[in-house]
Write a protein that binds this ligand. Structure first.
Ligand code: PRX
Length: 650
């Protein structure tokens, strides 16, 4: 294995193309800059020690990580396996993630440190110190109390990337309510489904927000959802854009009116480590989203330790996770992780291309950001606009880069490394999931990197690649991604569906957590993730179940049957291609139908579904028992072998 040191290159003498080719050459790997290693929270020796310690004493390793947090009462048992696969961490321990994110910093030098930098699309900004955020979260906790919201009640949060989302999430955590954030790009139907499944008593939303030069009137989506949400007693509306909203429904209340009357102090509730903190719905292989549950204790330990080690968080750092709080990346690494680690977290409300493709680089320069964590789709999209945009800005404050959500192709990795990191910043390709809560397979800045590989499992995490019987596969061979031992930020189950939790994750390869991904490991043990093994699309790092798209389609009056497959896309990774059979007597022309069906899917599921093409068929390939064989459609589409067709009917 040939090792090259990352070092500052003289761009004049080293043309971009030449370096890119050299870096992509087989066997090339990247060793971190010595100055970065010297100051790292974890040097290569520490890393090795951590790996060894975790291998011999998994519980001791995570127990040590838990010491970083505040506990009202220490745990009696680190890991309880007695009800596997419902593993419980830090049993008997009392804590609260909001106390760790806010309250404990208030008595330290962090009291007046900036907790959140918020950038609006129009360039205006807002900064909240830890003390400001603490007081606001306390006020909101008091609002919740005065509305009668209690421990265990569900609160749906339908908000974009604005500071209030953190205030509301933390306020919920403080009173022990369980929040369910619904991404602000989801439709009224998707929001309603999630509110009803969680039986939320309260919904928090906003009048509108800025996105891509437009004002998105989010409250109107809530109005539409609210027509059939019987559990909701109150809807709190944040006034942000000042657009006119209809508040005539007796359930609607203004956030500012409620907050005004509340004191800024609140005694944060001591929660059991295993008490639920939130539900986050994610797509699976059925038409219904799954409610992944995370808790206060183990989740807090897992995200804090991974963030500190992987992004090497320093007291003076400004950390920008350019995701949305509506996804798990935002929960773990915009809100809870950075605040528990006491760092400054950046929230950007707008679109990365607004008003131009240099927007992200401008934000980095404006705040002197040290760590940037984003998705491969964003990198590929910005790469298409060329390196002249980042070159206009001073990006020299950057120390570490990261990616998440989908496989990163080596070309994008190298572009990111050269043009954004200026050959100085290691790239942390972090593989994880809504269910895992925290990074699982990831390097740290002291590891040797290979472009396109997420390195190896984090210390104390036992991810492997196995065949259908659970046997490890040989180097270079593809297999299923599994986790063989519990980890602290693991999901606590699926909300209201313990059987499904067992069936989806723990039954196919007994004794192991099945992630639903395919990967290879090379001879050095480096992972390369290839994508999903199940019927889940990954568009721009977002999961969409093909079954969800199909059930949205068949709810249209003209559609008889539908099949959805993922097809490769240069920027978004994967997008949807749909095959549709129509009911008899439909007379619209094809172009009208395509537009109508696209609009229908958008209305049912929201703009996250990107449809490349809709193909109208006279019939779809099916098994004799009537199941549509998406595999056959996909093979045909990609020009691959159709495989075993023995079950194909006709
Ligand atoms: O397929 C994997 C992909 O994203 C899936 C998890 O999606 P979600 O629960 O929405 O969470 C996304 C953010 C954590 C995984 O099953 N994925 C995530 N990170 C990577 C990845 N694929 C390849 N490389 C990654 N670094």
């Amino acid at each position: 294995m040939e090792v090259v040191a990352m070092k500052k290159k003289d761009k004049e003498s080293q043309p971009e193309r030449e370096t890119t080719e050299a870096l992509l050459a087989e066997g090339r790997v990247f060793r971190p800059l010595p100055e970065l290693v010297v100051d790292a929270n974890l040097n290569p020796n520490d890393y090795e020690e951590a790996v060894q310690k975790a291998r011999h004493d998994l519980e001791g390793f995570w127990e040590e990580a838990a010491e970083d947090l505040h506990w009202f009462k220490r745990w009696d048992k680190v890991l309880d396996r007695s009800e596997a696969p419902f593993f419980k961490w830090f049993v008997g321990g009392k804590t609260n993630i909001a106390y760790n994110a806010l309250d404990r910093h208030i008595t330290t030098h962090r009291k007046n440190k900036v907790a959140i930098i918020h950038e609006r699309e129009d360039g205006s900004r807002e900064r909240l110190t830890y003390y400001d955020l603490y007081r606001e979260a306390n006020r909101f906790a008091n609002v919740l109390k005065s509305l009668g919201i209690q421990k265990g009640d569900r609160v749906a949060i339908y908000l974009p990337n604005i500071p209030e989302i953190a205030i509301v999430m933390l306020g919920c955590a403080k009173v022990g309510a369980i929040h369910s954030v619904v991404y602000a790009g989801f439709s009224a139907a998707a929001l309603r489904e999630r509110i009803n499944h969680a039986e939320a008593r309260l919904v928090v939303t906003v009048d509108g927000f800025q996105r891509n030069g437009k004002t998105i009137r989010l409250k109107e989506v809530v109005d539409e959802a609210m027509t059939a949400c019987p559990s909701v007693e109150t809807v709190i509306v944040i006034q942000r854009m000042g657009v006119e909203v209809d508040m005539s429904d007796g359930r609607y209340l203004w956030f500012h009116d409620l907050m005004k009357g509340e004191p800024a102090s609140f005694e944060t509730m001591a929660m059991d480590a295993t008490d639920p903190l939130y539900i986050l719905y994610t797509s699976g292989t059925t038409g219904k989203p799954k409610g992944v549950v995370h808790c206060h204790g183990g989740y807090g330990v897992g995200i804090t330790r991974t963030l500190k080690w992987v992004f090497d968080i320093k007291e003076t750092d400004i950390f920008w996770c350019a995701a949305d709080p509506g996804w798990v990346t935002g929960h773990s690494y915009i809100v809870y992780g950075p605040l528990c680690a006491g760092t400054t977290t950046v929230m950007y409300e707008g679109h990365p291309l607004f008003p131009g493709p240099d927007r992200m680089w401008q934000i980095i320069e404006k705040y002197g950001i040290n760590i940037l964590y984003t998705a491969p789709t964003t990198i590929r999209m910005l790469m298409r606009f060329g390196s002249q945009h980042p070159k206009k800005y001073d990006l020299s404050t950057l120390r570490i880069l990261g990616t998440v959500g989908e496989p990163i192709n080596p070309e994008a990795w190298v572009w990111y490394y050269e043009n954004i990191g200026n050959h100085n910043c290691p790239i942390m390709d972090t593989w994880w999931q809504t269910e895992t809560g925290m990074f699982m397979v990831t390097p740290t800045p002291c590891n040797v990197l290979k472009p396109g590989s997420a390195f190896k499992p984090f210390p104390g995490v036992h991810v492997d690649v196995v065949d259908a019987h659970g046997e490890p596969v040989q180097a270079g061979k593809g297999g299923y991604v599994v986790v063989k031992e519990p980890w602290p930020a693991m999901l606590q189950g699926l909300y209201k569906d313990p059987e499904k939790y067992k069936e989806v994750y723990w039954s196919k390869i007994p004794g192991m957590y099945l992630a639903g991904d395919i990967a290879t490991k090379d001879e050095d043990g480096y992972f390369r993730f290839q994508g999903r093994s199940d019927d889940v699309l990954n568009t721009a790092g977002h999961r969409i179940g093909t079954a969800e798209v199909e059930s949205a389609l068949v709810s249209h009056k003209y559609v008889a049957e539908a099949a959805c497959i993922g097809v490769p896309d240069k920027v978004k990774g994967e997008v949807a291609k749909l095959f549709v059979t129509l009911k008899e007597g439909v007379e619209e022309d094809e172009a009208t139908l395509v537009n109508e069906l696209k609009a229908h899917v958008r209305k049912e599921l929201g703009p996250i579904v990107v449809i490349r093409e809709i193909s109208f068929e006279s019939k779809l390939p099916k098994t004799r028992s009537g199941k549509i064989m998406r595999r056959v459609l996909k093979a045909r589409e990609l020009g691959l072998s159709e495989g075993d067709l023995s079950t194909l009917d006709d």
